[in-house]
Each structure stands twice: as C-alpha cells, then as structure tokens.
Design a protein. Sequence first.
Length: 210
Amino acid sequence: MRWLVLILTLSLSGCFFFGSSDSEEPGDVTSEGVDVENDPLGFISALGSIGSDLSNLQEELEAMPDVDPVHFNDLMPVLPEAPSGWTAADPKGQTTNMAGTQISNVSQVFTEDDGDGRVEITISDWAFNKAVYVPFMMQAKFSQETTEGWSKGITVGEDPGREEFNTQRRSGERTVLHGKRYPIQIKIRNQDAEAFDEWWKRVQTGELPQ
C-alpha cells in the first residue's frame, strides 16, 4: 500500500512511467520516463501495469542473494581513464557500515584542461540491498521536463536509472543501478547533456565483480 501511495503522489505531481526508444546499442539509453502532461494516454496505460510491476519486483527481491559488498579496492578498476584534454584527480574509496548495512564506494573527479568542465564518477556496491531497490525502481519510471531542464527516469540497457539536468547551468547528474547491485553516478558541471553518454561509456562496467 505504501508504494501505491507513492506512485499516486508522483502521478499527481505531473509525471510518470516509461516510453520506448529505438536505440539498442550497449550503454545507450533504451527508454525514458513519460511525462503525463505530454503523454496522458501513456500514463493511463502505465497505471494499468502497476500491479504486475510490483509483483515482478517482489519476485526479484526474493531471488536476490545475500552477499557482502566487495572491498572498495575491487571497484577501483571500474573507474574510467581520463580522456585526452582532461586530468584525473586521485581516486578515493571507502567501505562503511551504517546501521548494520555495509556499502563500498569509490569516486574520482576529472577536470577539463582548457576549460571549466568538471565530472565526478562514483561507483558503489549496495550488495543487493532490498530496502533501496524498489524505491530506486519506482523513481526511475517517471519524468518531468520544464523550461529549466529535466528530471527523468531512464533505462540503460536493462538497468534502471535517473537523470537530472539544468540546461542554464549546464550541470546535472545521472545514476544507473547496474545489475541490481551497483549504482553508478555521473555528475557533470559546465558540460552539455551529451556528456552523460560519453562518460558512461568510459566506465569499465565489465570490471565489476560478479
């Protein structure tokens, strides 16, 4: 019931659920959330699938294994190399225990040599944390676009995510939950939105521990 209340609240705020994209290249955004103001029929259709969506999520939760997060050193190889014209700061990592829940993460900042661009990549291991999985999936399914930018749910391959961008400030962030376990966050500043795709493809997702 709590999730139904959350979903209806989000719908009343003016945005929700998925629309398809034709792109199927690895690393590309394959679907985006649908803004109810721009696609009310798509919203109505999506409402009808809430029950099955929640049922599928419950099955996924039950199938998730109980594992400990890897040490942050095991996440270091996943960070991208600095492309030409950019300088990488020293990477940082930590493994913490909060209220009995362990989380590992690494991060690295990249700055543009001949400009004011800045990118920060953060890779975490949530170790299939069931308490955060469903909220993440739900928020990845709605969108809203304004004159200032957008806040939208996305899917990259089969991985859910969320992207926010301010067009005037040319800044924002994208977070993708890879393999139901690893949130990968890209924060950009003084960059166009295309930088999300460019930096996502530089992340070495193939190096993530299985």
